[in-house]
Write a protein that binds this ligand. Sequence first.
Ligand SMILES: NC(=O)c1ccc[n+]([C@@H]2O[C@H](COP(=O)([O-])OP(=O)(O)OC[C@H]3O[C@@H](n4cnc5c(N)ncnc54)[C@H](OP(=O)(O)O)[C@@H]3O)[C@@H](O)[C@H]2O)c1
Length: 261
Amino acid sequence: MTINSIGFVGTGAITEAMVRGLLAEPAYASEIHVSPRSAHIAATLAAEFASVRIAGDNQTVVDRSDMVFLAIRPQIAEEVVRALSFRTGQTIVSLVAATERQAVLDWIGADINLVQAIPLPFVAQRQGVTAIYPANATIAALFDTLGTAVQCQSRKEYDLLAAASAVMSTYFGVMESITGWLEKSGLERAKGQAYIAPLFASLAQKANNPCNEPFSALSREFATKGGLNEQVLSDFDRKGGLAALTAALDGVLARIEGRNS
Ligand SMILES: NC(=O)c1ccc[n+]([C@@H]2O[C@H](COP(=O)([O-])OP(=O)(O)OC[C@H]3O[C@@H](n4cnc5c(N)ncnc54)[C@H](OP(=O)(O)O)[C@@H]3O)[C@@H](O)[C@H]2O)c1
């Protein structure tokens, strides 16, 4: 299935990734309308894909699209969305992070179908896992084309996955920390990076297997009794590493749920 016309209000990093994924062959949309801000990204996409049109303003994006993605930053979302008029029955997908569904509905102020989604940059290669809420077959099919959609049954489920998605920078931070330690201990940085990147890639591949082997089983499998892996995990845990991660997740969930503002 393809969508006739998709619009993006906000043409930044995540819009660029989504447009690239949507228009990879076979294309999932006949026309994509993008807002003019971030002129460089808009112009690059329009030059690369004949079906990308740069609209004159945000309202034109809404008017010309069957489905509209709100891809602006949370700080300006209310001002931008309140200024727009939406059609009854239009499907709006809000990508705006840490923003309550009811708030977005109030800003829109029309009888539309609102879905929230958390696409990740990997949608550009059609390899992203995207949480959506509430469940919606059309939006799930779109994100299944861009990787895998996970349909949340409750706001709680959606907020929890939003919190889990905030570990991406930490993932690379852990890789950087190990590479930095290797360098300080005498291994050339480039050599350390060339070792750590494929090591993490193999581990991620192992975790993402079709048998759904629990992570706890994998962790045991890779920790020989009395061996080096067991030592690092147990040291890391004893010194508060795992507790720090849990506390960070609690903190980001509180922010997403608006409990610490
Ligand atoms: N990046 C991700 O991986 C990701 C994942 C999931 C959700 N999100 C969410 O998606 C939203 C966008 O994120 P992003 O990373 O793409 O941010 P971004 O790169 O900063 O893009 C935001 C875009 O909004 C534009 N903009 C600013 N004011 C505008 C206005 N009045 N009307 C229309 N466009 C306007 C900006 O243009 P200028 O550059 O000209 O200011 C920029 O192109 C955020 O709410 C974020 O939380 C992002």
